[in-house]
Write a protein that binds this ligand. Structure first.
Ligand SMILES: [Fe+2]
Length: 499
């Protein structure tokens, strides 16, 4: 049996044990507050069949589990499966075990993870960066997923004796894409080497159409058909639909350009708070008609940070429109008994040069982080291959990323008001914090938290540019940490820095 057939077999065995979840919501515990959202939805008589819950503290998750009988699959965070070196990184192992404990607590049928990261080669970002779409990168993703699935198998036993299934979500593009493999070929290479399921996010797929440059030469439905033909659709377990919008960093004149002219698509990016544009439902209808979604178990609207009224309106339409998807074919799953037991020991690709490959990939990611943050030029095969596209990279470098560092997930002036006033009186512009942030790598040594990283880096920045202000910045940082800790101790109190 080939490795890919063995992986398909293992996948079918695992997914057959997951019941159909139906039409649900992918939610954040804190934003909007989940318990009041459920009360609102009950009042509006638009009720989800399941909730995919985004990463939160154990106590918050336990509170949710106590409050509802709905099935609660999980949306993980902070476990960067795209990055090399995980096998020797104690933090990765620790994250995987903490994740397993959350899955056990919620009794989650699956754990979904973006095929993306917020921390590359010591450089920190607020929102997801897609992987380098190369063969070496796909191989590392598969290897890391196998390691995490083994931890689930060892640590979590769900009712019925199975363990949660690792799902990998195709991430959004935010203005650029790098690498030499097409995105569907990349996911095919991952699924050939691991038994994971996939999440197909329709809005993410729209951003692939937009930022891979294909929109210039193909109509969207043609792109979709070609994409699905190559993508391992047979592994899709869940479909996501969420909003798209022009990013808030693109203000005024820039925003007008971002909305696109007559011959240009808007520069939308993934935006869960925004309304869902109708083009995504046209795409979803086409996806559902492709005939290869044999293992689909759920479809969810991703609604973290969205206004509750809009959630209720969109959910009502979604339930009405797609009710039939799960009515017809509940027996679509292959019966567990029908799967013959595996008769071979699985062998993974030769590991002789694994260290050299991992090091080469680490160097490629180091360069990737420097390119996207403006410290290196987009040259070399990862940026010039036919599949790469950096037409809009400058938007990321000069608008999106500075906004992320200065405002997103914690506004620096609101976090450090006194220090910022003192810096201003010394004519030290806050913009300098952005270049300081990326001037050298800073590996994280604890569970990834962008707000936490921001506090650390700002104190370092102040010490670097105005040493006399260090005590002031340190005092404000201590107050922030204390408030953050206190808020985290309450079950459902704190605003998340989100996806
Ligand atoms: Fe998603």
């Amino acid at each position: 049996m080939t490795l890919s057939r063995a992986m398909d077999h293992d996948f079918l065995d695992r997914v057959a044990r997951i019941p159909v979840q139906g039409l649900g919501l992918s939610v954040d515990v804190y934003s909007p507050d989940l318990l009041s959202l459920l009360a609102d939805l009950t009042r509006r008589q638009a009720f989800p069949m399941y909730l995919e819950v985004f990463h939160a503290t154990s106590s918050a998750l336990a509170a949710v589990r106590r409050q509802t009988d709905l099935s609660l699959p999980y949306h993980g965070e902070g476990l960067w499966v795209t990055q090399p070196g995980a096998e020797t990184d104690p933090l990765f192992q620790e994250e995987a075990r903490a994740l397993a404990s959350h899955l056990a607590l919620l009794r989650s049928a699956w754990s979904n993870h973006e095929c993306a990261t917020k921390h590359i080669a010591g450089y920190s970002f607020g929102t997801y960066l897609p992987p380098l779409y190369t063969a070496a990168s796909a191989d590392i993703v598969a290897q890391n997923i196998r390691a995490v699935q083994a931890i689930f198998d060892q640590c979590v036993s769900l009712p019925g004796g199975n363990s949660p299934l690792f799902l990998l979500e195709m991430p959004p593009l935010t203005y650029f894409v790098a690498g030499s493999l097409s995105i569907p070929a990349y996911f095919r290479r991952v699924t050939d080497q691991t038994a994971c399921g996939l999440v197909l996010d329709v809005g993410h797929l729209w951003t692939v159409y937009r930022y891979s440059g294909v929109w210039r030469t193909q109509p969207i439905l043609q792109f979709l058909d070609d994409f699905l033909q190559e993508f391992p659709v047979e592994r899709v377990v869940e479909i996501h639909v969420a909003g798209l919008a022009v990013h808030e960093s693109l203000k005024g004149e820039v925003a007008a350009l971002a909305h696109g002219g007559e011959n240009c698509l808007p520069r939308w990016t993934d935006a869960h708070a925004a309304p869902i544009p109708s083009v995504l439902f046209e795409m979803l209808d086409r996806i559902l008609r492709c005939g290869r979604l044999q293992q689909l178990r759920g479809m969810a609207l991703e609604v973290d940070t969205k206004a509750p009224d809009l959630i209720a309106d969109e959910l009502a339409v979604f339930l009405e429109r797609y009710q039939c998807v799960f009515d017809v074919d509940v027996s679509r799953s292959t019966a567990v008994d029908a799967i013959a037991p595996l008769s071979v020991n699985l062998r993974y690709p030769a590991e002789d040069n694994a260290l050299a490959k991992s090091q080469a990939l680490a160097e490629a990611y180091d360069r990737y982080a420097r390119v996207v943050s403006g410290g290196a030029e987009p040259s070399g095969p990862d940026w010039t291959a036919a599949m790469a596209c950096c037409d809009d990279l400058e938007w990321y470098r000069t608008e999106y990323l500075p906004y992320e560092i200065l405002h997103w997930g914690g506004d620096i002036e609101a976090m450090f008001p006194e220090t910022c006033r003192a810096l201003e009186s010394q004519r030290l512009a806050l913009d300098r914090f952005v270049s300081f942030w990326f001037c050298r790598p800073h590996p994280v040594t604890r569970s990834y938290d962008f707000f936490d990283v921001k506090i650390d880096r700002f104190v370092e920045f102040v010490s670097d540019v105005a040493v006399d202000l260090t005590p002031l910045a340190q005092r404000e940082a201590a107050e922030l940490r204390q408030a953050y800790q206190a808020a985290n101790a309450g079950p459902l109190q704190i605003a998340s820095t989100g996806r």
